[in-house]
Design a protein around this ligand. Structure first.
Ligand code: SF4
Length: 297
């Protein structure tokens, strides 16, 4: 247990923004003692674990892996159930019922912070970019000792700056990026239909596993599907309606560690105000439940 001083934590998601944040902090504040953590839902893509390994190697850092006490299947089958005239059925999370993030990501992270740090102010850094703050609410934390920081918003860094940081550092993008744009669970309901079909092409076993969680009894009005209005079985039947994106399957990752001076140039460009040409001014607000959100005007 760590007591009585300020601590700094970056929660990596396995996606590009939090990875770029690790690069940014490491080079902008090389003396800062940062803890890197990853909350593992147990439902991650294999590419996510590969990318975390690459982050460890390229940045020469340790990453603490936090696991929820209960896994997805415990919540899905035992807790998140709905009673219907035809019996009790487990229901899936959705953008309106995003219970998965709460139980698989936020609570384990908060519990880890509470267990690991005592009497410390903990600066928790979040990789929300200046150009996405309007549509991405940063659900962060209820722990009063946690101070949420948004360096990309504070410094006006937008997507092109993040991509440059990743390229110049040699980290590149996660390899799933050629067919899917978000990190997270293989069954994440935020995937587009095309991304679901990307999962089927790249990880058919995971696609069929996701299918098993669906309840599709439209004649009884019981429809718990990952995509709105269509089951994964139907989506497969209609797959010819969804063209493969031209860039799918291309290796868009960068494995070569480029000379540090390239990254230093990028950082100095950003620090001189060259970054964030798409940036917007945002304000961080605290909601009534104590969570902080980043909002554009
Ligand atoms: S990645 Fe998607 S499914 Fe997984 S916890 Fe986050 S919102 Fe839920």
């Amino acid at each position: 247990m760590i007591m009585g001083k300020e601590r700094h934590v970056v929660a990596l998601s396995g996606g590009k923004d939090s990875a770029a944040l690790a690069v940014y902090l490491k080079h902008k504040h090389p003396d800062l003692d940062v803890e890197y953590v990853f909350t593992d839902t147990g439902c991650e893509l294999p590419e996510t674990y590969e990318y975390l390994d690459r982050i460890r190697a390229v940045l020469n850092i340790d990453i603490t892996v936090i696991k929820p006490e209960k896994g997805w299947d415990d919540y899905w089958t035992l807790v998140k159930v709905k009673e219907t005239p035809y019996g009790i059925f487990p229901y899936l999370p959705s953008p309106q019922q995003r219970w998965c993030t709460e139980v698989l990501k936020l609570q384990p992270y908060e519990q880890w912070v509470a267990k690991t740090f005592t009497d410390c102010i903990v600066h928790s850094y979040v990789g929300i970019r200046a150009d996405e703050a309007a549509d991405r609410k940063g659900m962060v934390t209820r722990n009063p000792l946690l101070e949420t920081r948004f360096p990309f918003i504070e410094d006006g860094l937008a997507l092109k700056d993040i991509e440059r940081l990743l390229t110049d550092s040699g980290l590149g993008l996660p390899s799933y990026y050629s067919w899917r744009k978000r990190s997270g669970c293989y069954f994440c309901f935020y995937q587009s239909k095309r991304e679901w079909l990307g999962l089927w092409r790249h990880h058919p076993d995971l696609y069929y596993r996701a299918m098993e969680y669906e309840t599709y009894l439209p004649e009884k009005g019981i429809v718990f599907t990952w995509c709105q209005g269509i089951s994964l079985g139907e989506l497969l039947e209609k797959r010819d309606d969804f063209a493969i994106l031209p860039e799918e399957g291309k290796n868009n990752t960068e494995y070569t560690v480029s000379p540090d001076n390239k990254l230093i140039k990028t950082l100095s460009h950003i620090n001189q105000g060259g970054g964030g040409s798409n940036s917007v001014s945002v304000s961080i607000t605290t909601r009534s439940d104590g969570r902080k959100t980043a909002e554009a005007p």
